[in-house]
Design a protein around this ligand. Structure first.
Ligand SMILES: NC(=O)c1ccc[n+]([C@@H]2O[C@H](COP(=O)([O-])OP(=O)(O)OC[C@H]3O[C@@H](n4cnc5c(N)ncnc54)[C@H](OP(=O)(O)O)[C@@H]3O)[C@@H](O)[C@H]2O)c1
Length: 319
C-alpha cells in the first residue's frame, strides 16, 4: 500500500489508516473484542501501518485492544493515540489539557498500549479552559522525555494551530473529511498544505453512511450515533439516496464498492496523507483497504464533483 510522509516528520503512513473508535463501543452499537482484534491484524497484514486510537474510545478499551493486537508486530505499526478527553467515575467525558492531566494520561496510554513510545500523540479536541501554551509546552516536555515521537492535533482551527506551533512542532491535524463533509477545504486544508502539516482525515465514509447501506440497501440504522445523522432526516433522505445511487453507479464502473470510492476520493485530495477508516470486523477492514487500489481520473473526480453539487442543490431546496 502507498505510504506518505506525514508532515515534517520521519513517519511514513499508509494512505488507509485503521480507526478504532467503533471498537470502544459506547457511542456505537456494541462491538465484539475478538472481531476488533481480527480487524486490526488483517489490516496490518494487508499493508495498513497506521492505527488511530484514543483513551476516550470506550474508556481505554480501544487502546487495550490495539495493544493486544499488535503484540509482536510493534515495528510494523505507526501508533497514533490522543490526549485531552478524560472521564470521571460516572463515565462523563470532559476536556482537560492541563499539565498534570497530560502527564497522567501519557503513562496510562503507554500502559494500555503495552509500548514504550507512541509515534504520534494528538490533542483530541481543544480545551477552552487551558492556555495553549501550557498544553504544548507540556507535550514538548513529554516528547523530549522519549515517551512520544511526534505531536499532532485534531479538530483544531487555523488560529489554534498557529498558536500551538509557537511552543511545539505540529506534524499533523486530524479533522473530519468526506464527500459529505468538506468544511476543511476553505481554510484548514490550504493552511496545512502550506505549512507541511499532514492531514489525517477522519470519518471518510461519514460513519458508514457513504457505503450506501442505510439509504440504498434497506439496512436499518442502529440506535447509535448515526440515528441523528443529517442525511437520515426526512428532508435529506431522498436527495441523499439519489446521490448515493449515482455514486454507486460510478463505483460499479470502476469495479469497486461505494464505500471504497468514498475513501479513494478522500485520499485523492491534495494534502490528505491518510484516510482513517473505522472497521468493526475483518470483513469490513478488507473491503475498506481495497480503496487504496482505486485510481480516480480527472474525469472521475469531475463526475463526482457534479454529483455532489447536485446533491447540495437538492438539499438546499429541501430545507
Ligand atoms: N479525532 C476525532 O475527533 C475523531 C472523530 C471521529 C473519528 N475519528 C477517527 O476516525 C476513525 C474513522 O471514523 P468513523 O469510525 O467515525 O467513521 P467511518 O470510518 O466513516 O465509518 C466507520 C463505520 O462504518 C461502518 N463500516 C466500515 N466499513 C464498512 C463496510 N465495508 N461496509 C459497511 N459498513 C462499514 C462501521 O460501522 P457499522 O458496522 O456500525 O455500520 C464502521 O464503524 C475513527 O475510528 C477514529 O479513529 C476521530
Amino acid at each position: 500500500m502507498e505510504l506518505r510522509r506525514l508532515g515534517d516528520s520521519t513517519l511514513n503512513v499508509s494512505v488507509i489508516g485503521l480507526g478504532t473508535w467503533v471498537m470502544g463501543g459506547v457511542w456505537w452499537a456494541e462491538p465484539d473484542d475478538m472481531q476488533s482484534i481480527e480487524a486490526i491484524k488483517v489490516s496490518l497484514e494487508n499493508g495498513v501501518n497506521l492505527i488511530d486510537t484514543a483513551p476516550a474510545y470506550g474508556y481505554g478499551r480501544a487502546e487495550r485492544l490495539v495493544g493486544q493486537a499488535i503484540k509482536g508486530m510493534r515495528d510494523k505499526v505507526v501508533i497514533a493515540t490522543k490526549c485531552g478527553l478524560v472521564w470521571d467515575e460516572k463515565g462523563n467525558i470532559s476536556n482537560n489539557l492541563k499539565r498534570d492531566s497530560l502527564l497522567r494520561e501519557i503513562d496510562a496510554s503507554l500502559e494500555r498500549l503495552g509500548v514504550d513510545v507512541i509515534d504520534l500523540y494528538q490533542v483530541h479536541w481543544p480545551d477552552p479552559n487551558t492556555p495553549i501554551k501550557e498544553t504544548f509546552e507540556t507535550l514538548e516536555e513529554i516528547r523530549q522525555s522519549g515517551k512520544i515521537r511526534y505531536i499532532g492535533v485534531s479538530n483544531f482551527s487555523v488560529e489554534q494551530m498557529e498558536e500551538a506551533r509557537k511552543y511545539a512542532k505540529i506534524v499533523s491535524n486530524q479533522p473530519p473529511y468526506s464527500m459529505f463533509n468538506r468544511g476543511i477545504e476553505k481554510e484548514i486544508l490550504p493552511y496545512c498544505r502550506e505549512n507541511n502539516i499532514g492531514i489525517l482525515a477522519y470519518s471518510p465514509m461519514e460513519r458508514g453512511i457513504l457505503t450506501g447501506k442505510f439509504h440504498l440497501d434497506g439496512v436499518e440504522p442502529p440506535d447509535d450515533l448515526r440515528r441523528n445523522h443529517f442525511t437520515l432526516s426526512p428532508e435529506a433522505f431522498e436527495p441523499t439516496k439519489r446521490c448515493l445511487s449515482r455514486l454507486r453507479q460510478l463505483a460499479e464502473e470502476k469495479g469497486c464498492t461505494l464505500g471504497a470510492l468514498a475513501i479513494a476520493w478522500v485520499i485523492h485530495q491534495d494534502g490528505i496523507k491518510s484516510a482513517l477508516v473505522g472497521a468493526r470486523n475483518a470483513q469490513q477492514a478488507r473491503q475498506n483497504i481495497m480503496a487504496a487500489e482505486v485510481a480516480l481520473s480527472k474525469n472521475d473526480l469531475e463526475r463526482i464533483e457534479e454529483i455532489l453539487e447536485d446533491w447540495q442543490k437538492e438539499l438546499n431546496r429541501a430545507k
